[in-house]
Design a protein around this ligand. Structure first.
Ligand SMILES: NC(=O)C1=CN([C@@H]2O[C@H](COP(=O)(O)OP(=O)(O)OC[C@H]3O[C@@H](n4cnc5c(N)ncnc54)[C@H](O)[C@@H]3O)[C@@H](O)[C@H]2O)C=CC1
Ligand SMILES: Nc1nc(O)c(N)c(N[C@@H]2O[C@H](COP(=O)(O)O)[C@@H](O)[C@H]2O)n1
Length: 301
Protein backbone atom coordinates (compact mmCIF):
# COMPACT_ATOMS: atom_id res chain seq x y z
CA UNK A 1 0.00 0.00 0.00
CA UNK A 2 1.31 3.46 -0.94
CA UNK A 3 0.36 5.19 2.34
CA UNK A 4 1.76 8.51 1.26
CA UNK A 5 -0.58 8.78 -1.74
CA UNK A 6 -3.49 7.13 0.10
CA UNK A 7 -3.39 9.62 2.99
CA UNK A 8 -3.01 12.60 0.64
CA UNK A 9 -6.09 11.40 -1.24
CA UNK A 10 -8.00 10.91 2.01
CA UNK A 11 -7.21 14.46 3.21
CA UNK A 12 -8.18 15.90 -0.15
CA UNK A 13 -11.59 14.26 0.28
CA UNK A 14 -12.14 15.29 3.88
CA UNK A 15 -10.94 18.92 3.78
CA UNK A 16 -12.46 21.82 1.87
CA UNK A 17 -10.58 22.21 -1.40
CA UNK A 18 -9.01 25.55 -0.49
CA UNK A 19 -7.51 24.03 2.68
CA UNK A 20 -6.34 20.75 1.21
CA UNK A 21 -3.51 22.52 -0.59
CA UNK A 22 -0.47 23.27 1.56
CA UNK A 23 -0.31 26.89 2.80
CA UNK A 24 1.58 29.56 0.88
CA UNK A 25 2.66 32.94 2.22
CA UNK A 26 0.05 34.71 0.06
CA UNK A 27 -3.03 32.66 0.95
CA UNK A 28 -2.18 32.81 4.68
CA UNK A 29 -1.85 36.62 4.52
CA UNK A 30 -5.08 36.82 2.51
CA UNK A 31 -6.95 34.78 5.12
CA UNK A 32 -5.67 36.98 7.93
CA UNK A 33 -6.77 40.15 6.14
CA UNK A 34 -10.18 38.77 5.22
CA UNK A 35 -9.42 38.68 1.50
CA UNK A 36 -10.22 35.50 -0.32
CA UNK A 37 -7.24 34.06 -2.18
CA UNK A 38 -9.53 33.50 -5.16
CA UNK A 39 -9.71 36.08 -7.92
CA UNK A 40 -12.73 37.77 -6.33
CA UNK A 41 -12.41 41.54 -6.04
CA UNK A 42 -14.89 41.79 -3.16
CA UNK A 43 -13.79 41.81 0.48
CA UNK A 44 -15.59 39.48 2.88
CA UNK A 45 -15.53 39.96 6.63
CA UNK A 46 -12.71 37.94 8.20
CA UNK A 47 -13.90 34.62 9.58
CA UNK A 48 -12.48 32.34 12.22
CA UNK A 49 -9.95 29.79 10.98
CA UNK A 50 -11.04 26.24 10.17
CA UNK A 51 -10.34 24.29 13.38
CA UNK A 52 -9.29 20.63 13.47
CA UNK A 53 -9.20 18.94 16.88
CA UNK A 54 -7.10 15.80 16.85
CA UNK A 55 -5.70 13.31 19.30
CA UNK A 56 -4.61 9.67 19.63
CA UNK A 57 -6.08 7.38 22.28
CA UNK A 58 -5.99 3.79 23.46
CA UNK A 59 -9.00 1.47 23.22
CA UNK A 60 -9.73 2.28 26.87
CA UNK A 61 -9.86 6.00 26.06
CA UNK A 62 -6.51 7.11 27.51
CA UNK A 63 -4.32 9.75 25.83
CA UNK A 64 -1.27 9.26 28.03
CA UNK A 65 0.10 6.91 30.66
CA UNK A 66 0.44 6.93 34.44
CA UNK A 67 0.93 10.48 35.79
CA UNK A 68 0.53 11.84 32.27
CA UNK A 69 3.61 9.97 31.04
CA UNK A 70 3.79 10.52 27.27
CA UNK A 71 3.06 7.38 25.23
CA UNK A 72 3.33 6.79 21.52
CA UNK A 73 -0.08 5.44 20.59
CA UNK A 74 -0.18 6.07 16.85
CA UNK A 75 1.36 3.47 14.59
CA UNK A 76 3.72 4.39 11.77
CA UNK A 77 0.95 5.11 9.24
CA UNK A 78 -1.34 7.14 11.51
CA UNK A 79 1.71 9.11 12.72
CA UNK A 80 2.36 9.89 9.06
CA UNK A 81 -1.22 11.17 8.89
CA UNK A 82 -0.58 13.42 11.92
CA UNK A 83 2.47 14.94 10.28
CA UNK A 84 0.56 15.49 7.03
CA UNK A 85 -2.08 17.28 9.13
CA UNK A 86 0.61 19.47 10.67
CA UNK A 87 1.81 20.37 7.17
CA UNK A 88 -1.74 21.12 6.03
CA UNK A 89 -2.53 23.59 8.81
CA UNK A 90 -1.23 27.12 9.14
CA UNK A 91 -1.05 26.91 12.93
CA UNK A 92 -0.88 24.28 15.66
CA UNK A 93 -2.02 24.75 19.26
CA UNK A 94 -1.37 23.00 22.56
CA UNK A 95 -1.89 23.91 26.21
CA UNK A 96 1.10 24.68 28.40
CA UNK A 97 0.41 21.41 30.26
CA UNK A 98 1.49 19.54 27.13
CA UNK A 99 4.55 21.77 26.66
CA UNK A 100 5.67 21.09 30.24
CA UNK A 101 4.80 17.38 30.18
CA UNK A 102 5.74 16.25 26.64
CA UNK A 103 8.12 18.99 25.49
CA UNK A 104 6.85 18.60 21.89
CA UNK A 105 8.46 20.00 18.74
CA UNK A 106 5.14 20.38 16.92
CA UNK A 107 7.04 20.37 13.60
CA UNK A 108 5.93 18.61 10.41
CA UNK A 109 8.30 15.73 9.60
CA UNK A 110 7.70 13.42 6.64
CA UNK A 111 9.89 11.87 8.03
CA UNK A 112 12.52 14.62 7.56
CA UNK A 113 11.86 18.10 8.83
CA UNK A 114 9.92 19.99 6.16
CA UNK A 115 11.06 23.47 5.10
CA UNK A 116 9.87 26.41 7.18
CA UNK A 117 7.15 27.44 4.72
CA UNK A 118 5.47 24.05 5.31
CA UNK A 119 5.65 24.31 9.09
CA UNK A 120 2.63 25.39 11.17
CA UNK A 121 3.06 28.31 13.58
CA UNK A 122 3.03 27.02 17.17
CA UNK A 123 0.51 28.62 19.53
CA UNK A 124 0.59 27.82 23.27
CA UNK A 125 -2.24 28.57 25.71
CA UNK A 126 -0.10 29.71 28.60
CA UNK A 127 -2.16 31.99 30.87
CA UNK A 128 0.57 32.44 33.50
CA UNK A 129 3.55 32.14 31.12
CA UNK A 130 5.09 28.98 32.55
CA UNK A 131 6.63 27.68 29.30
CA UNK A 132 10.14 26.65 30.41
CA UNK A 133 13.32 28.07 28.84
CA UNK A 134 14.26 24.49 27.92
CA UNK A 135 11.16 24.01 25.71
CA UNK A 136 11.96 22.46 22.31
CA UNK A 137 9.56 24.97 20.80
CA UNK A 138 11.90 27.78 21.89
CA UNK A 139 14.96 25.89 20.72
CA UNK A 140 13.34 25.32 17.31
CA UNK A 141 12.53 29.02 17.05
CA UNK A 142 16.12 29.94 17.96
CA UNK A 143 17.71 27.48 15.53
CA UNK A 144 15.40 28.05 12.55
CA UNK A 145 13.75 24.60 12.76
CA UNK A 146 10.29 26.00 13.48
CA UNK A 147 8.15 28.94 12.43
CA UNK A 148 8.63 32.22 14.26
CA UNK A 149 7.30 33.97 16.13
CA UNK A 150 5.72 31.34 18.36
CA UNK A 151 2.56 32.78 19.89
CA UNK A 152 2.10 32.47 23.65
CA UNK A 153 -1.39 33.36 24.80
CA UNK A 154 -1.69 34.88 28.23
CA UNK A 155 -4.66 36.32 30.04
CA UNK A 156 -2.47 38.54 32.23
CA UNK A 157 -0.92 41.95 32.01
CA UNK A 158 1.82 41.37 29.46
CA UNK A 159 4.81 43.43 30.50
CA UNK A 160 5.15 42.34 34.12
CA UNK A 161 4.34 38.68 33.29
CA UNK A 162 6.83 38.52 30.41
CA UNK A 163 9.66 39.92 32.52
CA UNK A 164 9.10 37.23 35.13
CA UNK A 165 8.86 34.41 32.60
CA UNK A 166 11.43 32.28 30.79
CA UNK A 167 10.11 33.78 27.56
CA UNK A 168 11.61 37.23 28.07
CA UNK A 169 14.78 36.75 25.97
CA UNK A 170 13.02 34.90 23.16
CA UNK A 171 10.43 37.68 23.16
CA UNK A 172 13.15 40.32 22.83
CA UNK A 173 14.72 38.41 19.93
CA UNK A 174 11.35 38.29 18.16
CA UNK A 175 11.12 34.48 18.44
CA UNK A 176 8.08 34.65 20.71
CA UNK A 177 5.12 36.99 20.60
CA UNK A 178 3.06 37.29 23.78
CA UNK A 179 -0.58 37.99 23.01
CA UNK A 180 -3.16 38.81 25.66
CA UNK A 181 -6.64 37.31 25.23
CA UNK A 182 -9.44 37.63 27.82
CA UNK A 183 -9.92 34.76 30.27
CA UNK A 184 -13.19 32.92 30.83
CA UNK A 185 -15.21 34.55 33.61
CA UNK A 186 -13.86 33.60 37.04
CA UNK A 187 -10.98 31.54 35.60
CA UNK A 188 -7.48 31.92 34.18
CA UNK A 189 -8.44 29.79 31.17
CA UNK A 190 -8.33 31.61 27.86
CA UNK A 191 -11.71 32.39 26.30
CA UNK A 192 -11.65 30.31 23.11
CA UNK A 193 -14.26 32.31 21.14
CA UNK A 194 -12.12 35.41 21.82
CA UNK A 195 -8.98 33.54 20.82
CA UNK A 196 -10.47 32.79 17.39
CA UNK A 197 -12.15 36.16 16.93
CA UNK A 198 -10.38 37.64 13.87
CA UNK A 199 -10.63 41.14 15.35
CA UNK A 200 -8.86 40.18 18.61
CA UNK A 201 -5.26 40.92 17.58
CA UNK A 202 -3.73 41.16 14.09
CA UNK A 203 -0.62 39.22 15.21
CA UNK A 204 -2.86 36.40 16.34
CA UNK A 205 -5.00 36.30 13.17
CA UNK A 206 -1.84 36.31 11.07
CA UNK A 207 -0.44 33.38 13.05
CA UNK A 208 -3.71 31.41 13.07
CA UNK A 209 -4.02 31.80 9.29
CA UNK A 210 -6.72 29.84 7.49
CA UNK A 211 -6.56 26.72 9.61
CA UNK A 212 -5.68 25.70 13.15
CA UNK A 213 -4.82 22.17 14.33
CA UNK A 214 -5.41 21.63 18.06
CA UNK A 215 -3.31 18.71 19.37
CA UNK A 216 -3.99 18.73 23.08
CA UNK A 217 -3.69 18.08 25.85
CA UNK A 218 -6.50 16.68 27.91
CA UNK A 219 -8.00 19.95 29.25
CA UNK A 220 -7.56 21.87 26.02
CA UNK A 221 -9.24 19.14 23.93
CA UNK A 222 -12.22 19.15 26.27
CA UNK A 223 -12.51 22.97 26.24
CA UNK A 224 -12.33 23.23 22.48
CA UNK A 225 -14.89 20.55 21.86
CA UNK A 226 -17.42 22.12 24.21
CA UNK A 227 -16.83 25.68 22.94
CA UNK A 228 -19.28 27.47 20.67
CA UNK A 229 -19.10 30.73 18.76
CA UNK A 230 -21.84 33.32 18.20
CA UNK A 231 -24.20 32.18 15.45
CA UNK A 232 -24.26 34.13 12.19
CA UNK A 233 -27.62 35.87 11.77
CA UNK A 234 -28.83 33.26 9.23
CA UNK A 235 -28.43 30.35 11.70
CA UNK A 236 -31.56 29.14 13.57
CA UNK A 237 -31.36 30.45 17.13
CA UNK A 238 -31.74 27.09 18.89
CA UNK A 239 -28.55 25.77 17.29
CA UNK A 240 -25.16 26.53 18.74
CA UNK A 241 -22.25 26.85 16.34
CA UNK A 242 -19.29 24.65 17.21
CA UNK A 243 -15.91 26.29 17.38
CA UNK A 244 -14.37 23.08 16.06
CA UNK A 245 -15.01 22.15 12.42
CA UNK A 246 -13.47 18.69 12.29
CA UNK A 247 -12.52 16.07 14.91
CA UNK A 248 -9.93 13.44 13.95
CA UNK A 249 -9.35 10.70 16.52
CA UNK A 250 -6.85 7.87 16.14
CA UNK A 251 -7.70 4.80 18.19
CA UNK A 252 -4.74 2.48 18.69
CA UNK A 253 -5.26 -1.21 19.53
CA UNK A 254 -3.80 -0.98 23.02
CA UNK A 255 -4.93 -0.68 26.63
CA UNK A 256 -3.32 1.71 29.10
CA UNK A 257 -5.28 0.97 32.23
CA UNK A 258 -7.01 3.13 34.78
CA UNK A 259 -3.84 5.03 35.80
CA UNK A 260 -3.72 6.62 32.34
CA UNK A 261 -4.97 10.13 31.57
CA UNK A 262 -8.33 10.51 29.83
CA UNK A 263 -9.95 13.62 28.39
CA UNK A 264 -12.04 15.21 31.18
CA UNK A 265 -15.38 15.11 29.39
CA UNK A 266 -18.13 17.47 30.48
CA UNK A 267 -21.80 16.63 31.03
CA UNK A 268 -23.78 15.37 28.03
CA UNK A 269 -25.51 18.73 27.54
CA UNK A 270 -22.12 20.47 27.29
CA UNK A 271 -20.66 18.34 24.53
CA UNK A 272 -21.73 18.22 20.89
CA UNK A 273 -22.95 15.22 18.97
CA UNK A 274 -20.35 13.85 16.54
CA UNK A 275 -21.55 13.25 13.00
CA UNK A 276 -19.32 10.67 11.29
CA UNK A 277 -17.76 11.78 8.02
CA UNK A 278 -15.33 8.96 7.39
CA UNK A 279 -13.78 6.03 9.27
CA UNK A 280 -10.49 4.62 8.01
CA UNK A 281 -8.29 1.76 9.05
CA UNK A 282 -4.79 3.25 8.94
CA UNK A 283 -2.20 0.53 9.54
CA UNK A 284 -3.30 -1.13 12.79
CA UNK A 285 -5.20 1.95 13.98
CA UNK A 286 -8.69 3.21 13.25
CA UNK A 287 -9.07 6.89 12.49
CA UNK A 288 -12.45 8.60 12.92
CA UNK A 289 -13.24 11.82 11.07
CA UNK A 290 -16.30 13.54 12.55
CA UNK A 291 -18.08 16.88 12.52
CA UNK A 292 -19.40 18.28 15.83
CA UNK A 293 -23.03 19.40 15.74
CA UNK A 294 -25.05 21.09 18.43
CA UNK A 295 -28.61 20.03 17.67
CA UNK A 296 -30.99 19.62 20.54
CA UNK A 297 -30.55 15.85 19.95
CA UNK A 298 -27.10 16.22 21.52
CA UNK A 299 -28.94 15.75 24.80
CA UNK A 300 -30.53 12.45 23.90
CA UNK A 301 -27.78 9.95 24.67
N1 LIG B 1 -2.44 11.33 22.89
C1 LIG B 1 -2.47 12.54 22.42
O1 LIG B 1 -2.86 12.76 21.25
C2 LIG B 1 -2.02 13.69 23.26
C3 LIG B 1 -1.82 13.54 24.62
N2 LIG B 1 -1.44 14.62 25.37
C4 LIG B 1 -1.30 14.43 26.82
O2 LIG B 1 -2.11 15.39 27.50
C5 LIG B 1 -1.54 15.61 28.80
C6 LIG B 1 -1.51 17.09 29.07
O3 LIG B 1 -2.83 17.56 29.26
P1 LIG B 1 -3.14 18.69 30.35
O4 LIG B 1 -2.30 18.50 31.55
O5 LIG B 1 -4.61 18.75 30.52
O6 LIG B 1 -2.57 20.02 29.68
P2 LIG B 1 -3.03 20.89 28.44
O7 LIG B 1 -1.99 20.76 27.38
O8 LIG B 1 -4.44 20.64 28.10
O9 LIG B 1 -2.84 22.37 29.04
C7 LIG B 1 -3.62 22.80 30.12
C8 LIG B 1 -3.20 24.21 30.45
O10 LIG B 1 -3.74 25.09 29.47
C9 LIG B 1 -4.25 26.23 30.11
N3 LIG B 1 -5.43 26.72 29.41
C10 LIG B 1 -5.61 28.00 29.01
N4 LIG B 1 -6.78 28.18 28.46
C11 LIG B 1 -7.40 26.99 28.50
C12 LIG B 1 -8.69 26.58 28.09
N5 LIG B 1 -9.55 27.40 27.50
N6 LIG B 1 -9.01 25.30 28.30
C13 LIG B 1 -8.13 24.43 28.87
N7 LIG B 1 -6.91 24.77 29.30
C14 LIG B 1 -6.54 26.06 29.11
C15 LIG B 1 -4.66 25.78 31.50
O11 LIG B 1 -4.55 26.88 32.35
C16 LIG B 1 -3.70 24.68 31.81
O12 LIG B 1 -2.59 25.25 32.51
C17 LIG B 1 -0.16 14.98 28.77
O13 LIG B 1 -0.22 13.79 29.52
C18 LIG B 1 0.08 14.69 27.31
O14 LIG B 1 0.92 13.57 27.13
C19 LIG B 1 -1.23 15.85 24.83
C20 LIG B 1 -1.41 16.05 23.48
C21 LIG B 1 -1.86 15.00 22.60
N1 LIG C 1 -0.46 11.69 16.61
C1 LIG C 1 -0.03 11.42 17.84
N2 LIG C 1 0.05 10.15 18.24
C2 LIG C 1 0.49 9.85 19.47
O1 LIG C 1 0.56 8.58 19.83
C3 LIG C 1 0.86 10.87 20.35
N3 LIG C 1 1.31 10.57 21.59
C4 LIG C 1 0.78 12.20 19.88
N4 LIG C 1 1.12 13.19 20.70
C5 LIG C 1 1.24 14.57 20.30
O2 LIG C 1 2.46 14.82 19.63
C6 LIG C 1 3.27 15.66 20.44
C7 LIG C 1 4.72 15.32 20.27
O3 LIG C 1 5.11 15.96 19.08
P1 LIG C 1 6.61 15.93 18.52
O4 LIG C 1 6.87 14.56 17.99
O5 LIG C 1 7.53 16.27 19.65
O6 LIG C 1 6.61 16.96 17.45
C8 LIG C 1 2.75 15.48 21.83
O7 LIG C 1 3.01 16.56 22.68
C9 LIG C 1 1.27 15.41 21.54
O8 LIG C 1 0.76 16.69 21.22
N5 LIG C 1 0.33 12.45 18.64
Amino acid sequence: MDWDAHLDHLLAQVYPRELATPPTASNVAAAASGHSHSHSTTTRPPTKPFVTLTWAQSIDGKISGHNGHQVVLSGKQSMLLSHKLRRLHDSILVGVGTVVNDNPSLTARLPDLLPLESQPTPIVLDPTLRTPASAKLLENARTGRGKVPIICITSHDQDAAVERSALAEANERGEVEIVQVPAEAGSTRISLPDLLDPSMDPRLSRALGRSLMVEGGASVLSSFLSATVPAPSATPTDERVPLVDLVIVTVAPTLIGREGVAIPWLAADSIPRLEPIRTEVVGNDTVFFCRPVWHSTALSV
